[in-house]
Structure formats: C-alpha cells, structure tokens
Design a protein around this ligand. Structure first.
Ligand code: PEP
Ligand code: MG
Length: 564
C-alpha cells in the first residue's frame, strides 16, 4: 500500500493514465539536423490545420468566420517562410524558431497601432502557442476523452487541465503536488472524485495501465489490490453510499435551526453541466457560479452569445431560484492560455480577477452584457471577485450601467433591478465592509482567498498548509466584520468559500447571523441536517467564547466542545 494525502474523499478503482508533461520552457538550441526540425514544424502546422478544420465543421456561422481567419493565419506564407528560414539558416530548433518567427510578425502588427491589427497579433500569438504545444507533444493526449475508469496520475494538475477533464470516465486523481484548497481539489470534490496527493517520485511509483484502488479520504492507494484490499475499499464505498441514502430525507426541506432561524443553502458551480448535481441536491439556488471555467474550457474567448446561452441555461434550469454569477476570476492558480497573461512572481497578488477585467474593459463588457441578457430568464445577480478598493466597485457599477444602456438602445430585455454584490476575500474589504455595504446589494465571503491573504499563506502551498487556517482568530474577526458590516446597512451576507461547509465553523457562522451558505452540491444535505440540529441562541453564545481566544488551536478545541 502507498500512502499519500487524501484531499477529496471517495473510493476509486481503475487503470493508471500518466499525464507526463514536458518542460515547456522554450530554449534556443543549435541543431545538426535541420530537416528533422522542419518536419516537426510542418507536422505541427498540419495537425493544427486539421483540428481547426474539424472545429469549423461543428461551428456556428460566427465561429466559422473566426476559425477561417485562424486558418488563413496558419497558412500565411510570411509566417511559415520566416520560421523555416530560422531553422534552415540559423539551425534553430523548431520550437525556438516558431517563437521567434511568429513574434517578429507580431511585432510588425503591433507597430501599426491599429485595433484590428493588434487583434490579429493576438490571434498569431494564440496559434503560435498551439503549434509550440504540438512540437512539444503536449497535445498527444486529450483530457476530454479518456478511457473508462481512468485514474489520472500527474506531477501536478493545473486548474485549466482539470476544467477540461472528462469527469465521466475519471475514477480518481493521484498527484505529487496538490493543495487541499486549490481549485483542482475543489473541482474534484464537486465531482465526488477521490484525489490523493503528496506521492513523491510519482512517475517511478506508477506505470501506465496498472490497476489501482484508492481511498481519497485516507490517502491509501493499492496497486493491483488483493481480494482482501479490494473488499476493504468496497465496504467503505458501501458505507459512503448508505450515508448518502440516509441524507435523502433532507431533500426539499427548508434550511433552519431548531429555533427557526432560516438560512439560504445554495451551491457552487463551475460549468453549466454541474447544475444537474445541484438540482439533485435540492440546493436553494446557486451562490457562486465560477464563470471563469467557461473561459478555461474553451480554446478561445467565449463570445457574448456563447456566454449568454450558458448563463441562460443555468438560470432557466434553476427555475426562479437565485443564481449568483461571479464575473471572470482568472489569475492566481487559474490560467487561460489564450489571454497570454505575463508570468508573475506573485500571481495571487497580481494581475487577476477584477483588476484584469477593469484593465480590459471591452472584454469585461462582453461578459456583463451576456449576464444582463440572461437575467431576463431567471433570478440572476452579478458578483465581483477580488474587490480590494471602493473605486473598483464604483468603476464596475458604472460599466454595468453603460451595458444596460447599450442593451436598452437595442431593445434587448434584462432584469433592470439586477443585484450587484461583491466578494469579501481581501482583508482591506472586510475591514471596510460597512462602507462597501452602502454601495452594493450583497456580500459573499470568499474564505479560500480571505484566509490566504489574512495569514499570508498561499492557498495551494502544501509546505505551509499548517499555517492556513479558518480557525485563526484574525480570520474569524474579519468574517464577523463582514457580516456585521452588511447587516448594519441592511444587506445580505453569504459565504461561498470552503468554510461555508465546515461542520465545526457552521455553528459560529449561524451565531454571527450569516444569511447564506454556498458550497459543493454534495455537501448540501449534510449541512441542512447539521443546521437543523442547531439552536441559534446557543450559537450566539459561542461567539463570545471564541472571541476571547488567542490561537487557532484553542478555537478548534472550543468549536469541537460545542458538539460535546
Ligand atoms: C474564495 O476565494 O473563497 C472563493 C470562493 O473563490 P475561489 O475559490 O474561486 O477563489
Ligand atoms: Mg477567491
């Protein structure tokens, strides 16, 4: 048996599929055999061409136009000759020649200082990256089409790779590096996919095609499990299923404490198809639609129409229940290749989410308009991530108003009184909560980020994971400030970070008067059961006790005591 760290519970059986990513660093090399490099370049071009042609076959008219423009770039003799000459005359390796050759043309386009040309320059960069991927051989696997019962093994699985995963056919994930609060882990938990991490020298431990069984809670992995080991795992699986069956009696019930304090119990989703699980869970709405997964699941920027259709689908399926759509929250551990964002030393503190959107207003307005249009078909609200200053909120509100006007001029319907809220996930905003509450309609506390920014511990960094704690007194203080700030101004305060489903924290949050709890849909029923057993007045008393404590460990003890 091999033991790692379980970060998404569940039992999985299947065959290992190794995702071995090569070093993607483009190095300048001088080659002997230029013919080989020319061949690699040509093959990559041909493969890309074939893929684009396939996409064209399945596209709408508008998409066809875009993809045809891509095809023209791909076939452009200037680009091809430039790159081939670098290989022939300078004996450069294919990937370096592609990088240089394409960049030269990009520079030329950018110098022209014309919007159309700079858009084409972006297309060229996009195609360049895809060709380089192909030269590196990174496209030889298709994460969207994996064999049945795959156990995916990788050194590390990025958020965008996970977003593309064929969840139907994956029965488990095993990695060397992975954080319990990373988006990869959050997505695995959403899909009830067992996930074990911290397996050192992973490529030496596993081979392609090996049969394994794993326990995503304990971190146990069995290669070619014996009958006895297999039965042990199957028994645990049976217990999990029984527990889930017992919870079914909480379906379609109100979520309220014994003494009648009612809260909204809603779900987090990443892509529209997650909605099936939400409906099944009888969640009372969507508290967080992480819209960035629409962007991550696509090879290029989703159009206004594509976004509108996705948001509309979710709103309609929720049949009038609240749906909070968070605007693009990219950056940090969420990368989108076609945005070509610069590499940063501190990505979590960098150019991300609302910062990026306010710097790319046209892109942002496409999303806002798509959300507004979809708001005519359900109970949609807009939520802004990573707000750190009041100016960001004001600028966003102005853009929303501009978009409303644009739609009005075209006689396009939308919900005129659509609510606009913000995420409280940066300490500066929690501290200033009262001021923010005067200028927006609701808050949702994003504890995943709030914790990392409060205690200065990167959320996915396992080395310092022991310091990342929702029980830190400062984190608890900030959560309370956010809730109190909202209530002082009469607005509603929810929570959509992972803490919202932490059974130890829930009594404290109920005591603080949190109005809405948003979580993975597979946590909905157990949370409804837990809240139903609480007494609000007793929960209120817990606040006072906790507020007087100085350390996370003392707070954990106190919260555990509450249940004894
Ligand atoms: C959060 O930060 O708590 C949150 C819900 O957003 P995300 O996990 O997507 O950063
Ligand atoms: Mg966040």
């Amino acid at each position: 048996m091999i033991k790692g760290k379980g970060i998404s519970k569940g039992i999985g059986f299947g065959k290992i599929f190794i995702l071995e990513k090569r070093d993607r660093k483009i190095q300048k090399k001088n080659v002997e055999n230029t013919e080989d490099e020319l061949k690699k370049f040509k093959e990559a071009l041909n493969e890309e061409e074939k893929e684009i042609e396939e996409i064209i076959q399945q596209s709408s008219i508008k998409e066809k136009e875009i993809m045809n423009a891509y095809l023209m770039i791909l076939k452009d003799p200037t680009l091809i000759i430039e790159t081939e000459n670098l290989i022939k005359n300078f004996k450069y390796n294919a990937e370096y020649a592609t990088e240089e050759g394409f960049n030269k043309i990009v520079e030329m386009f950018n110098k022209i200082n014309d919007d159309y040309m700079s858009e084409r320059a972006k297309d060229i960069i996009d195609i360049k990256n895809k060709i380089i991927d192909k030269i590196f051989g990174e496209d030889n696997f298709n994460l969207k089409k994996l064999p049945q019962n795959t156990i995916l093994v990788a050194k590390e699985l990025t958020t965008s790779e996970t977003a593309k995963l064929d969840f139907e056919n994956v029965s488990g994930i095993i990695t060397e590096i992975g954080g319990v609060n990373s988006h990869t882990a959050i997505m695995a938990r959403t899909h009830s996919l067992p996930f074990v991490t911290e397996i050192h020298n992973i490529f030496e431990v596993f081979n392609n095609g090996q049969y394994v069984g794993l326990n995503g809670k304990t971190g146990e992995i069995y290669i070619n499990p014996s009958k006895e080991e297999e039965n042990k795992l199957l028994n645990i699986q049976k217990l999990i299923e029984e527990e889930n069956d017992e919870l079914k009696e909480y379906k379609d019930k109100d979520t309220k404490t014994k003494d009648g304090f009612k809260v909204e119990l809603v779900a987090n989703i990443g892509i529209p198809s997650d909605i099936e699980k939400v409906i099944e869970s009888t969640a009372e709405g969507i508290g967080l639609f992480r819209s960035e997964f629409l962007y991550m699941n696509s090879e290029k920027m989703p159009t206004e129409e594509q976004q509108f259709l996705a948001y509309k689908e979710v709103a309609e399926k929720m049949q009038g229940k609240p749906v909070i759509i968070r605007t693009l929250d990219v950056g940090g551990d969420k990368e989108i290749k076609y945005l070509n964002l610069p590499k940063e030393t501190n990505p979590f503190l960098g150019y991300r989410a609302i910062r990026l959107c306010l710097d790319n207003i046209e892109m942002f307005k496409i999303q806002i308009r798509a959300i507004l249009k979809a708001s005519a078909y359900g109970n949609i609200s807009i939520m802004i991530p990573m707000i750190s200053s009041i100016e960001e909120l004001r600028k966003t509100k102005k853009l929303v108003e501009e978009c409303k006007k644009e739609l009005e001029e075209k006689n396009i319907k939308f919900k005129e009184d659509i609510k606009l809220g913000i995420m409280i996930e940066i300490p500066s905003t929690a501290i200033m909560a009262e001021k923010f509450a005067k200028e927006c309609d609701f808050f949702s506390i994003g504890t995943n980020d709030l914790i990392q920014y409060t205690v200065a511990v990167e959320r996915g960094n396992e080395k310092i994971a022991n310091l990342y704690s929702q029980y830190h007194p400062a984190v608890i203080k900030l959560i309370k400030m956010a809730i109190d700030g909202a209530h002082k101004e009469g607005i509603f305060c929810g929570m959509c970070g992972e803490v919202a489903s932490d059974s130890k924290m829930i009594p404290l949050l109920i005591g603080m008067g949190l109005d809405e709890f948003s979580m993975n849909s597979n946590k909905i029923l157990q949370t409804r059961k837990l809240i139903g057993n609480l007494d609000k007045k007793q929960c209120e008393k817990l606040i006072e006790k906790v507020e007087n404590l100085e350390s996370s460990s003392d707070i954990i003890k106190e919260l555990k005591n509450f249940f004894e």
